[in-house]
Write a protein that binds this ligand. Structure first.
Ligand SMILES: Nc1ncnc2c1ncn2[C@@H]1O[C@H](COP(=O)(O)OP(=O)(O)OP(=O)(O)O)[C@@H](O)[C@H]1O
Ligand SMILES: [Mg+2]
Length: 261
C-alpha cells in the first residue's frame, strides 16, 4: 500500500488540487484510494464535500493522530461526496482546525511516528494512500513523511514556489533528518501547475525545475485555467474542468504508476 505525501514549503501552489486529481484518476481506474487531509485548513475535506461545521461533532485526523491507532483512524473514514463515478473508490480522513493542537506534541519522543502507527496496520485495505499537507516543514509534515514511501512536490513556476520545493527536497534528503525521524521516503515527482503562457518568468522557472529535477518533473504541466478553480469552488474533482485537465491527470496517473513500479 504505497503512501504518498504531497508537499511544498510554499502555500497555494496546487498541493490539494494535485491530491484531488490523483485520487479521482486512480479511483477511475478501479484503485481503492485513501486520502488523508493532514492540513488544519481542511481544504481537501471541504472539496470532497464536508464543510467545517459538518465535521464539528465527529472524529477527524486530529483525534486519530492523538490516539495513534488504526482503530482511531478508521472511525474518521468518510465517503467522498463527488459524483459516484469519481468518488466510489475514495475514502476520506477529514481534517479540522483542531489538528493544530497536534503541533504542540512535536517534542514528545516518537510523536512523529503517530500517523505511521495509524496507517501501517491497515496496509492492504487500500491500493494507494495520498496525504495532503500544509505549507510547512514542521511537525505535521514530519508526521506525513514518516508514514510515506514517496513524496510528490507540487509547485507553480514562480521563484518562491521553486525555492519551497528545493527546501522540501533538501529536507527529505538530509541524512540527519532521515536518521533522526526514520524517513524512508523519496521524491518521485514534481508537478508544475497554474502555468501561464506569455509570462517569461514562468518559462524560466519551469526550465530551472527541469535543470534541478530532470525526469522527476512530470509532463505535461497543468496550465492556469479558470475552470479548474471553479471546479474546486464547487467541490468537484479538477477533472470536471474539461478534457484538457482530464488528460493531464491521466498522464499524472501514468507517471505515478510507472514511478512506483
Ligand atoms: N491549474 C489551475 N488553474 C487555476 N486554478 C488552480 C489551478 N490549480 C489550482 N488552482 C486553484 O488555486 C488555489 C490553490 O490551489 P490549492 O488549494 O490546490 O493549493 P495548495 O498548495 O493546496 O494551498 P495550501 O498551501 O493553502 O494548502 C485553489 O483555489 C485551486 O482551486
Ligand atoms: Mg492545500
Amino acid at each position: 500500500m504505497p503512501v504518498i505525501t504531497y508537499a511544498n514549503h510554499k502555500g497555494g501552489v496546487g498541493k490539494t488540487n494535485g491530491v484531488e486529481g490523483m485520487a479521482a484518476g486512480l479511483a477511475m481506474r478501479g484503485r481503492r484510494v485513501l486520502v488523508v487531509d493532514l492540513d488544519p485548513q481542511g481544504n481537501l475535506s471541504r472539496r470532497m464535500g464536508y464543510q467545517e461545521h459538518e465535521l464539528e461533532s465527529r472524529p477527524t485526523i486530529a483525534e486519530a493522530v492523538r490516539e495513534h491507532t488504526p482503530e482511531a483512524l478508521q472511525t474518521t473514514f468518510l465517503p467522498c461526496q463527488w459524483e459516484p463515478d469519481w468518488a466510489e473508490n475514495i475514502t476520506l480522513v477529514p481534517s479540522r482546525i483542531e489538528l493544530e493542537e497536534r503541533v504542540s506534541e512535536a517534542g514528545v519522543p516518537l510523536s512523529w511516528q503517530r500517523l505511521h502507527r495509524c496507517l501501517a496496520p491497515i496496509a492492504g485495505q487500500f491500493d494507494d494512500v495520498l496525504i495532503d499537507t500544509p505549507p510547512t516543514i514542521g511537525h505535521l509534515l514530519h508526521l506525513a513523511l514518516v508514514a510515506s514511501d514517496y513524496v510528490i512536490g507540487a509547485t507553480v513556476p514562480t521563484y518562491d514556489s521553486v525555492r519551497g520545493i528545493y527546501r522540501l527536497q533538501t529536507f527529505v534528503d538530509d541524512p540527519d533528518q532521515r536518521q533522526g525521524l526514520g524517513l524512508r521516503c523519496r521524491m518521485i515527482g514534481v508537478l508544475i501547475g497554474m502555468k501561464r503562457t506569455n509570462v517569461s518568468t514562468h518559462d524560466q522557472r519551469t526550465q530551472e525545475l527541469l535543470d534541478m529535477f530532470g525526469d522527476l518533473v512530470w509532463q505535461p504541466h497543468l496550465p492556469l485555467r479558470a475552470a479548474v478553480e471553479e471546479a474546486s469552488e464547487r467541490a468537484e474533482p479538477p477533472q470536471s474542468a474539461g478534457i484538457e485537465t482530464r488528460q493531464i491527470f491521466e498522464a499524472r496517473v501514468d507517471s505515478y504508476l510507472k514511478a512506483i513500479g
